[in-house]
Design a protein around this ligand. Structure first.
Ligand code: NAD
Length: 317
């Protein structure tokens, strides 16, 4: 049988945040017990061009694959291939922009659902582009925010009104300080290579998710944020410690500070809550790992198969 091809438009119909959060939860729980393995990102540069690949084997679901993407003038173009490992046949080729967006925002929502403090009322969103908008929508699938404060020089009132309509929250443009001061959740989804807010502004109990740059040369979070954090969550240390500028550029002389860094497999293995006290500041830094892509691509593929089966039954009836 020919592999199925799913384009971004089709994929966006098949995916929704509750399902994406659930499939990521399952995949990382499997990673923790050796029922999945991550194929770390590889990057190859030639002058101003870059080619990256990343992937995973998800043994528990008998599926595996890779995402491949060139970077040209700072812009990505993604494609994902998926294999059925029972038959060892390619089953699908998928556009990757929607999957990358859903899996990145879904992961923030997943970690936030396990670590945010009890009373979540305000979101501060830094960067309201393609990823930032998705981050807000994914979090709104889990929390009902009274207010969303947006920091982005390109955002206008029309954009705020649209997000307010979609989420039922009051959405307004803000300065970095006003946005951060009383935020329960802070998301950074910019292309900035320098910190976008001062960590001293964070309130006790805040949860911060930084998903922007995934290269060691830049960072969205400052040392104050990392030093004040009681826990710093990364997806998977072998890749995250190498790629996350926040961690590579962190100027700390205190070796104990680095013991706050924990990855998702470690958290899933421990049978304890991911948050200590209500006053803890928790930081999540995402660089993007192949298991998230494969899990999300698998979800899109299985949903497309279900829809086809339903249509075939309808036609036969
Ligand atoms: N962690 C992951 O897995 C993952 C996945 C996909 C993309 N990304 C990264 O996410 C980032 C955002 O991607 P995108 O496609 O949404 O980009 P985008 O260009 O669509 O949006 C970025 C937005 O950030 C705003 N911005 C820039 N500097 C800012 C600042 N200092 N404060 C507030 N806003 C600022 C811009 O005005 C823009 O609206 C990129 O760095 C990308 O590489 C990470």
């Amino acid at each position: 049988m020919q592999p199925t091809y799913l384009d971004d438009d089709t994929i966006s119909v098949f995916l929704d945040y509750p399902r994406v959060v659930a499939i990521l939860d399952e995949a990382f729980a499997d990673l923790a017990v050796g029922r999945a393995e991550i194929h770390a990102r590889q990057r190859t540069d030639s002058l101003n061009l870059r080619l990256s690949t990343m992937g995973a084997l998800w043994n528990a679901r008998q599926v595996g694959g890779v995402k491949i993407y060139p970077t040209v003038s700072g812009q990505f173009s993604f494609l994902i291939t998926l294999f059925d490992l029972e038959t060892n046949r390619p089953i699908a080729v998928l556009d990757g922009a929607e999957i990358t967006k859903f899996r990145t925002a879904g992961l923030t929502a997943l970690i936030a659902s396990k670590t945010a403090s009890q009373r979540v009322k305000k979101l501060a969103l830094f960067g309201a582009g393609f990823q930032g908008t998705a981050q807000a929508l994914a979090l709104c699938a889990v929390f009902q925010f009274d207010a969303i404060s947006v920091v982005d020089p390109l955002v206008d009132d029309a954009w705020c009104s649209r997000l307010a309509l979609q989420t039922g929250s009051v959405v307004k443009r803000c300065s970095p300080e006003a946005a951060t001061l009383d935020a329960d959740i802070v998301v950074t989804a910019t292309r900035s290579q320098t910190p976008v807010f001062d960590g001293n502004w964070l309130k006790p109990g805040a949860f911060v998710s930084a998903i922007g740059i995934s290269a060691p040369k830049g960072r969205e979070l400052d040392d104050a944020t990392l030093s004040r954090a009681n826990r710093i969550i990364v997806e998977w240390k072998p890749q995250s410690l190498r790629e996350a500028g926040e961690l590579v550029l962190w100027q700390t002389d205190n070796a104990l500070e680095r013991e706050k860094i924990v990855d998702l497999p470690e958290l899933y293995r421990r049978s304890e809550p991911w948050r200590g006290s209500e006053e803890d500041i928790i930081v999540a830094k995402s660089v993007g790992v192949g298991l998230s892509d494969v899990a999300c691509a698998y979800l899109a593929f299985t949903r497309s198969q279900q829809v086809q089966e339903t249509q075939a039954k309808g036609a036969a009836a």
